[in-house]
Every structure is written in C-alpha cells, then in structure tokens.
Design a protein. Structure first.
Length: 367
C-alpha cells in the first residue's frame, strides 16, 4: 500500500506532440482514483508513466517514499491489468497467474497458496487447468485480476479493463472490482472513458482533456459543481443540456434570455451574474432538473418554458423526452408515468436552483 505522487509530469512524443501537459496529482494510500476522459486525453499515458511503461519527458513520480523515474517497471512494486487481458495463450490459468511469482523465484508452496487465495476471492478455482481460449471474456478478465492479486503489490493500475466486455458483464465486473477493492484495502488507479464506471467506482475522479487535468474531486462534486463546460458535458447521462443566451435585468431581477424563452435566475446567484448583465453566457441544466408542469404542484411563471415534444423514449423506470424550444433542442428525464403526446407543445418547469452558467470565452463555471 502506498501513496502515489505525480508532480509536474509531461509527456512529449516525437514531432512535439504533447500527450500529457504538466499534470500534478496526489493519490492517497488505499484510495481508488479514476482517470476519465475522451480518447487521446492523456489518461492512459499518465497511467503508463506511473507503471514505468512510458518514459517521462518532464516531472517526477513518487510511489511511497521512492522516486521511480529511473526505476524499471518490474521493480516498482505495482501490478497492471490491461484492456486486452495480456494472458499467455499456451499457459493454463494457474500458470498465467503464477508466472510473475515463478520469475521471482518464490517457493512452490507460497505460489500455490497465493494462487488458491486469489482464485477463491474471484470465484475461478474451477478454471485453474483451462487455457485462455476456453474462457469467456469475463473469466479472462478475472484471471488477469488474479495475476495482479497474487503479486500483493503496493498499488493496482487498471487500463480500461472492462471495455472489451458486453454491457451486462461490465456491470457485473464493476461490482466485482468494487468488492475486490474493499477486500484488499490497497491503492487503485483506474483509467476509463466510461463516466458511469468513474462515478460508481472512484473515491475521486480526475477528468482530463488534451493532456491536462480539468478537475479532480469526489464524484458528486464533479457532477454537482463542475469546474467548466467540458466537465459538465462529459460527466452525466444523458449529457447536460447546454444553451447559448444572454443575462438580462428586469425590475431588479436577473433572467437568462435564450431568445425563445426567459427564466429567472435565483436570487442567490444575482451577485455573481451581475457582471454578466447584457452579455452572452452558456446556460446548463441537467435532464432530471426539467419537469412536466402537469406533475408540479407549484411552479413560478418565471421558470416555465414552452417547448415541442419531438420524441418520447421510454426506458422502463424513466422516460426521456426530446424537446425543442424553437431555438435549442434539449432532453428531460421524467418518471415512467409521464407520456406526453409527440409533436405537441408542452409546458416544462426548469429548476433554476440547479442550473449552471459558463463564461462564453473561458468556458469556466461562473460561481
């Protein structure tokens, strides 16, 4: 178990391509840290530099009390789980799981004990004699996890380990990884492009874009208080609704004017919105913060928006409404009982206490 410290780390490839740009990150002992972002954002490169599989261009990485910049990957006392499992096809499950221990000349009885312990944790004891080709995708992933567990490393590094699995198996394996973390009580660094995995697994989430950290915080802070437009739009399903408009003032009250509708900004935000009077801003509201007026007992006329319902998408426990104000399309997530008519206008209530405003130029959250 160890802390991991990434200090001013950059990675520049030939041709001047900067994959990681001055990243600073502190991962606490026993913390589950998730790096998330779109393809090419630098999250896997950052993980591989921690693992020692990529050279660092600038900066320093510490694992525990040891500077590891010049330490080979095999001597960093970490275990890595890859997206493609990286199992040896000619070896049995037992041989795959024990390979690293055999290279390090562990006694046979210790190897057997560790492999049996790991297979019991993962529920794959009955697979020890099989080859990888005889296993399902989920079983192969468990074997890859088992190979990491037997090492008893200071930290586990995961590089998109569930991306090759189908949706149902991903959910199941996500639960297994969560249980594994609680049982092992060690440091986990997990890379994914799936924001659902990030939200459900991480103690903290690092959102990356273009090689830079956009925000690092616990999942609910990332969701409720995004640092900028990119974080707000990347985290959440469906994505946050974003609209361009202006801040206007009427009778000492501030409103967001979208062009086709106006909604009143809550009084608590007046001080921060005052400098934006008459200026364009980006307005953000999540789908679950938009309600059908028919199901709201009390609603201020200043928060009601009329829009055309273009598509009704039932998903069992909830319904997505695809709407259009006449200027901007947006999505509302409502209860399963809510089935408005398609191609008809309807009144919606915006919960203005939950909205976000972003600066048009910097795209940073206005707070």
């Amino acid at each position: 178990m160890a802390q991991i410290s990434v200090r001013n780390v950059s990675k520049v490839y030939k041709g001047g391509v900067k994959a990681v740009d001055d990243v600073n990150l502190g991962i606490e002992n026993r913390e589950f840290m998730v790096l998330v972002g779109p393809s090419g954002c630098g999250k896997s490169t950052t993980l591989r530099m921690i693992a020692g599989l990529e050279e660092i261009t600038d900066g320093k990485i510490w694992i525990g009390n040891r500077l590891v910049n010049e330490v080979p990957a095999k001597d960093r006392d970490i275990a890595m789980v890859f997206q493609n499992y990286a199992l040896y096809p000619h070896m049995s499950v037992f041989e795959n799981m024990s390979f690293g221990l055999r290279l390090r000349k562990y006694p046979k009885h210790e190897i057997t004990r560790r492999v049996q312990e790991a297979t019991e944790i993962l529920g794959i004891k009955h697979l020890l004699d099989r080859r990888p080709r005889q296993l399902s995708g989920g079983e192969r992933q468990r074997v890859a996890l088992g190979r990491a567990i037997v090492r008893k490393p200071q930290a586990f590094l995961f590089d998109e380990p569930l991306s090759n699995l189908d949706a149902k198996l991903r959910v199941q394996m996500r639960t297994e990884i969560h249980k594994l973390r609680l049982r092992l009580q060690t440091t986990f660094v997990y890379v994914t492009h799936d924001q659902t995995e990030a939200m459900t697994l991480g103690d903290r989430i690092v959102v990356m874009k273009d090689g830079k950290i956009q925000q690092c915080a616990d999942p609910m802070t990332i969701y409720d208080k995004p640092a900028n437009k990119f974080v707000a739009s990347f985290i959440g399903s469906p994505p946050i609704n974003l609209m361009n408009g202006r801040v206007i003032k009427k009778e000492r009250k501030y409103y967001f004017d979208e062009g086709k509708f106006q909604t009143r900004i809550v009084e608590a935000m007046h001080a921060v919105m005052a400098p934006y009077e008459g200026k364009e801003v980006i307005f953000g509201i999540r789908a679950e913060d938009i309600y059908d007026k028919l199901f709201v007992s009390e609603a201020s006329p200043d928060n009601i928006v009329r829009a055309a319902c273009e598509v009704v998408e039932p998903l069992g426990s909830e319904v997505y409404l695809y709407l259009n104000s006449g200027k901007n399309p947006f999505i509302a997530r409502v209860g399963a009982h809510n089935r408005p008519e398609v191609n008809r206008d309807m009144d919606l209530v915006f919960d203005m206490s939950k909205v976000h405003f972003f600066d048009r130029e910097t795209e940073k959250t206005i707070v």
